[in-house]
Design a binder for this molecule. Structure first.
Ligand code: HEM
Length: 139
């Protein structure tokens, strides 16, 4: 049903561009919030920054997921056989679980040692997702 996307002259590149815009929104806003968690920009109210950057980050994830799933649907067999893709999906689930646990335990309010470890882990995981995403094309 979606195979036409890979043969269409611009559909796939446009989806990749939308994917990159979503990544910038998602990861850019998480980095800003996580830097505040580590004490940078102390003048910024954490709760207000949290509301803004998490709203933008979640919107970014929506854009990334929609464009990514369309690209996936255009060539599912090839991508499921691609180790960079499957590793990326695994890391994506780890990053999502870490974020859910962080917010479930009130990470932005508690700001304790576990919260900071989870914040550092989040930065590392999203970076690894980006690395795997880029590597898909080389495997
Ligand atoms: C449901 C979630 C996602 C799916 C299904 C998905 C799927 C894909 C697919 C199919 C590609 C194209 C691979 C290719 O043909 O070269 C891709 C590329 C990429 N993805 Fe994702 N992705 C998702 C989420 C993410 C997230 C959250 C990030 C980063 C935080 C990310 C980073 C990348 C990068 C950097 C590329 C390479 C883009 C390019 O070179 O143009 N993806 N993704």
């Amino acid at each position: 049903m979606f195979a036409w996307i890979t043969t269409h002259p611009i559909a796939y590149p446009v989806l990749e561009i939308v994917h990159i815009v979503g990544i910038a929104l998602l990861v850019g806003n998480l980095v800003a919030l996580e830097c505040r968690v580590f004490g940078f920009g102390r003048g910024l109210d954490l709760a207000a920054l949290g509301r803004l950057s998490l709203t933008l980050a979640l919107s970014g994830f929506g854009v990334v997921a929609a464009s990514g799933l369309l690209m996936f649907a255009s060539q599912p067999q090839e991508l499921l056989a691609n180790r960079a893709f499957t590793l990326k999906m695994g890391l994506l689930m780890l990053a999502g679980t870490n974020a859910a646990l962080f917010h479930a335990r009130g990470g932005l309010v508690r700001l304790d040692r576990i919260g900071r470890v989870q914040t550092a882990l989040s930065l590392g995981l999203w970076l690894c997702v980006i690395i795997c995403g880029r590597w898909i094309a080389y495997l």
